[in-house]
Design a protein around this ligand. Structure first.
Ligand SMILES: NC(=O)c1ccc[n+]([C@@H]2O[C@H](COP(=O)([O-])OP(=O)(O)OC[C@H]3O[C@@H](n4cnc5c(N)ncnc54)[C@H](O)[C@@H]3O)[C@@H](O)[C@H]2O)c1
Length: 377
């Protein structure tokens, strides 16, 4: 695998914007990964990231993809470029760690899947919130059956983004309005933000969303994609859920939360981006050493989710295993997001279509348009 000292995984970074900054900062002290090369169409941002990481600048993409020190490529580009770049990196025999959502449509996911199979290389997806300590604790609890059967899930994605967000992102590092267009971003606050929580819920409760009824609305001048959305969700094993998302909820702070109710208890998962993420639990009967009948707060030791996610990816590719989260996880989350958009566009309830679904043989849901076929709203 690696040509680096100590068998470190050499990471090449393509796209040196806001997301890459978090990753490079977090893997700075990693004992399993080293950033060895960076590339961006904007030389100044590549230089900045090279300075921060000690990596080599590769002004041309081919130079980075062919660099023998690059074992894996971290792709952090606007949404429409994630899948094509992942395919290019896989074509050069590199493993890839791709930012969410990995693709904006099913064709993109399928192209990455085919390229990974042809190259015999692995694909990891940066859903780093899975590695937040409170999320891991919640996952262990729910998967152990501590809450009983899951009945209801409530997801809130409430953010108060500055107006400049649509032209220069949350960090202001890049001036490019890609987030505002359906073609380049694939969607708004759901595709960009709520997708993290949809991924978290499916990993915590182990159930897929099977049906969605949604409304979305764009509200910012010049912005095509939705900044507000609301949806009801039906999960495979019977739970029902709701999602409300807003990119401009006035005063929202630490507002990306998940509540899960089961037959024997409930949990409240605070915003995983908070400095001190919260996890609160309620049990109807004593569970392990937890009391019944009152809310308790769990405080697992904090970890850096980005560093942990990248280390987990590196461990998977070194052992020849499949990274988790990976392609299947990106596909499942995207399938729910696409169903939500389709439901809003068609004003109907939509079954979530996965690649492993058998073809439909008729009925009102038989043919579902791709997002680019949908009416502009
Ligand atoms: N996992 C997370 O928590 C998280 C956080 C933020 C962003 N993201 C994701 O990361 C990705 C990038 O988002 P961002 O906020 O960094 O965007 P950004 O606009 O800040 O940065 C994108 C970078 O890509 C570069 N770029 C664009 N086209 C290019 C090309 N053809 N070749 C080379 N470089 C090119 C731009 O110059 C820019 O530096 C998105 O998928 C986004 O959803 C994930």
């Amino acid at each position: 695998m690696s040509t680096l000292d100590g068998g470190l995984v050499g990471l090449g970074v393509v796209g040196c914007g806001g997301a890459a900054l978090d990753v490079v900062r977090s893997v700075g002290g990693s004992s399993s990964v080293r950033v060895v090369a960076v590339h961006d169409r904007d030389p100044a941002r590549a230089e900045d990231l090279a300075r921060r990481s000690g990596a080599r600048i590769r002004p041309d993409l081919e130079g980075l993809l062919a660099d023998p020190a690059v074992d894996a490529v971290y792709v952090a580009l606007p949404h429409d470029l994630l899948a094509p770049m992942a395919v290019a990196a896989l074509g050069h025999g590199r493993h890839v760690l791709v930012e969410k959502p990995l693709a904006v449509d099913r064709r993109g996911i399928a192209s990455v899947r085919a390229a990974a199979a042809a190259a015999g290389r692995s694909v990891g997806v940066l859903f780093e919130l899975r590695f937040v300590a409170t999320v891991r604790a919640a996952t262990d609890l729910v998967r152990s059956g501590a809450l009983g059967a899951i009945r209801q899930v409530r997801i809130r994605t409430l953010i108060d983004k500055p107006p400049a967000y649509w032209s220069s992102g949350p960090t202001g590092r890049v001036s490019d309005p890609w987030r505002a267009t359906r073609e380049r971003a694939g969607g708004g606050v759901v595709m960009m933000n709520a997708i993290h929580q949809l991924d978290l819920v499916r990993s915590i409760i182990g159930q897929e969303v099977v049906r969605v009824a949604a409304e979305t609305e764009p509200g910012v001048a010049g912005v095509e994609v939705e900044d507000v959305a609301a949806a009801t969700l039906r999960f495979a094993d019977g739970a029902i859920g709701s999602l409300v998302a807003s990119a401009h909820a006035p005063g929202a702070s630490a507002g990306e939360t998940i509540e899960i109710d089961g037959t024997n208890g409930a949990l409240r998962l605070g915003d995983p981006y908070a400095d001190l993420p919260r996890l609160e639990l309620y049990f109807r009967a004593p569970h392990l050493d937890h009391p019944e009948g009152r809310w308790i707060r769990i405080e697992p030791p904090a970890v850096d989710p980005w560093a942990t996610a990248v280390d987990a990816f590196a461990a998977a590719i070194r052992s020849g295993g499949s990274p988790v989260p990976g392609l299947d996880d990106a596909e499942a989350a995207l399938a729910t997001v696409l169903a939500l958009y389709e439901s809003a566009a068609q004003r109907t309830v939509v079954a979530v279509r996965r690649s492993f679904d058998p073809p439909h043989d008729g009925g009102p849901l038989a043919r579902r348009p791709e997002p680019d076929e949908m009416e502009a709203r």
